[in-house]
Design a protein around this ligand. Sequence first.
Ligand SMILES: *[C@@H]1O[C@H](CO)[C@@H](O)[C@H](O)[C@H]1NC(C)=O
Length: 215
Amino acid sequence: MLHILFFFLFALSLSTSPSTSNAAVNDFCVANLKKADGPSGYPCITPSKVTASDFVFSGLGVPGNTTNIIKAAVTPSFVAQFPAVNGLGLSLARLDLAPGGVIPMHTHPAASEILFVVHGKITAGFISSAANSVYVKTLKKGEVMVFPQGLLHFQINAGMHPALAVVSFNSPNPGLQILDFALFGNNLASTLVEQTTFLDDAQVKKLKGILGGTG
Ligand SMILES: *[C@@H]1O[C@H](CO)[C@@H](O)[C@H](O)[C@H]1NC(C)=O
């Protein structure tokens, strides 16, 4: 009885195996970054040219340089740095926050984010779009917080020592728009920035000066 069942399963597997003319399953699609990115990601490099090293990214082992205006560094392993995540719907980044460091208010248009505190203390929060409700917490080592897709959020070092977090995204290319740079790091005429932000000319000029804007 049992071997009849096995024979049946064997016959079934033969009848359903794809012929060589059918496309094989795409197990992976390591990005060909020389081609243009599209809505479903980059085209793949030829699978026979892919090696184990393509699936490994070593850049997150190195602390980012926090000698900058925000005293913080984001080290991404998005598709641009780690082409193997192309098409897989995920990616990672490393956040280094020196004492006083901040990842200013920002959004990732294409992904939700989950943050894991490796060491240090981080005050993190986001603002809902529906009611501008604020969700903010000070996280300690080992804690995790999630930031829903597209919402403005921030991270601040809440301790006296460097803080380190690893963040994960449900997109290989989450995108990043930092609000301060979007508002004041551009060449939109100051008069228009003033009208759209309700800030006065001196404030806008000062912020443009700090954040690299002109106009
Ligand atoms: C970190 O960045 C600062 C400012 O750009 C630079 O002066 C410094 O050399 C950098 N440090 C390292 C270790 O790369």
